[in-house]
Unconditional design. Structure first.
Length: 42
């Protein structure tokens, strides 16, 4: 039961972090293509 709670909280935290990053820092599509370009994949 406790492990499931931690997994759910972790997934929620990652989701909220991505949302805040998208809204306040850089859109996720721009970030994604920047990462791809950095690794030579795009």
């Amino acid at each position: 039961m406790r492990g499931r709670l931690f997994k759910t909280a972790g997934i929620g935290a990652v989701g909220v972090t991505l949302f805040l990053l998208h809204v306040f820092v850089i859109p996720l599509d721009v970030l994604w293509f920047s990462v791809l370009r950095r690794f030579g994949l795009g």
